[in-house]
Design a protein around this ligand. Structure first.
Ligand code: TTP
Ligand code: MG
Length: 391
């Protein structure tokens, strides 16, 4: 009895590992001529977008998801190289092999990021800071790539901490440090709080966690709806979520970035048809049948980069007709608007066994170019495969 409750209240030891300027670092490693120069990985065309940039390029204000055109304005000597996804996957698998020696409880988030629960790890006297250091050293020895690590009692704090000493550094937040660490943390640093939400927070004079800590749960829920409770907890450094190595697929989607902006109307039907055909093929490849589909959704990115998603529970059949209905509904709600991206997808019914993903299929399903990372705290979005943008 005592043992159980001790275990339940045991302080957890979570590590978040994040590779440094991952794609760019792989490119510099494999092509020494690129070292010491500002480089970025991405599309070179008129509407090219960057996946990432090395730290030298970042000092010019160049960053992920920036248009190549703007990046070249900021840094005229920037060298833009196309992505080599197989090389990134290979490095990711090597990293995973190293991490596996320290714990089996690993939750990959993307090719270059993972959470580890080392609470019960026998390695290095169960010293999480030492484990993180050792993992980083081994990753460097085997891949010649650097990474950063955050060590903390929960996933949220570990993720925040891995950013603290980037690149090639690590930072530990001990349980007793949380009370002093949290108040000064900027709310926009919280994963899941993107531009739109942060702008809303700013209007309410909520800039740092200490500002949010002054509000009651009910007040936060009134402002931010169902995310209220999560924000209430996160601004205090509370996060009970587990490092879950059993990835369960919750959705599947595809999207296409257009080479020019299009009107949001029926003229998009032929693009929609292409997407539906590809989605149907992908569902087939993954042995997902219609009976597993809960409902359909459509996603639109407008030319001002705002994103709208429309989900309708009455549509379960993956047909062009149903997606046309969703497109018509979203276009009637947003008349005369131009868009740069359209995506479609399905949400799956909850069925833990049949949707389970292995690490390898997780990697296969990862977006090669995830330029549209969702502003969501829900892990499901990391599992969505995407079409390559057209640029
Ligand atoms: P990140 O870990 O977000 O970025 P990073 O590893 O390049 O840099 P940092 O040192 O800050 O961690 O993403 C990992 C890789 O994912 C990145 O190298 C390229 C890809 N990516 C995209 O393709 N599009 C994006 O918008 C982002 C953010 C990343
Ligand atoms: Mg990274």
């Amino acid at each position: 009895m005592l043992e159980n409750s001790t275990k339940k209240n045991q302080v957890r030891k979570i590590i978040h590992i994040d590779m440094d300027s991952f794609y760019a670092s792989v490119e510099m490693r494999d092509n020494p001529k690129l070292r010491n120069l500002p480089i970025a990985v991405g599309g070179k065309g008129k509407r090219g977008v960057l996946s990432t940039a090395n730290y030298q390029a970042r000092s010019f204000g160049v960053h992920s998801a920036m248009s190549t055109a703007l990046a070249l304005k900021r840094c005229p000597n920037l060298i833009v190289v196309p992505g080599r996804h197989h090389a990134y996957k290979e490095a990711s698998i090597q990293v995973r092999e190293i991490i596996k020696q320290y714990t089996e409880t690993i939750q990959p988030l993307s090719l270059d990021e993972a959470y580890l629960d080392v609470t019960d790890s026998q390695a290095l006297n169960n010293n999480a800071t030492a484990i993180a250091r050792s993992i980083r050293q081994e990753i460097y020895q085997k891949t010649k790539l650097t990474c950063s690590a955050g060590i903390a009692p929960n996933k949220f704090l570990a993720k925040i901490a891995s950013d603290w000493k980037k690149p090639n550094g690590q930072f530990t937040i001990k349980p007793q440090d949380i009370k002093t660490f949290m108040p000064e943390l900027d709310l926009y640093k919280i994963p899941g709080i993107g531009k739109v939400t942060f702008n809303k927070m700013k209007k309410l004079n909520l800039i740092k966690c200490k500002d949010m800590q002054k509000l009651t749960l009910i007040e936060i829920e009134n402002f931010f709806g169902r995310m209220g409770r999560r924000y209430f907890e996160l601004c205090r450094g509370i996060d009970q979520s587990e490092v879950s190595s059993n990835r369960v697929r919750k959705s599947m989607s595809l999207e296409r970035t257009f080479s020019e902006d299009f009107e949001l109307n029926e003229s998009l039907y032929s693009w929609l048809e292409d997407l539906v055909v590809s989605l149907q093929k992908n569902l087939q490849k993954k042995n997902i049948t219609e009976s597993q589909v809960d409902h359909l959704f459509i996603k639109i990115k407008f030319n001002n980069f705002t994103i709208k998603t429309l989900e309708r529970s009455q549509y379960q059949n993956v047909s062009l007709d149903n997606y046309k209905k969703l497109l018509n509904e979203i276009s009637s709600k947003n008349p005369n608007r131009k868009i740069r991206l359209m995506g479609i997808g399905i949400k799956l019914k909850e069925n833990k066994n049949s949707n389970q993903l292995s690490f390898l299929s997780f990697l296969e399903n990862l977006s090669d170019v995830h330029l549209d990372r969702q502003e969501s705290l829900d892990d499901k979005f990391y599992l969505q495969p995407y079409c390559h943008p057209m640029d």
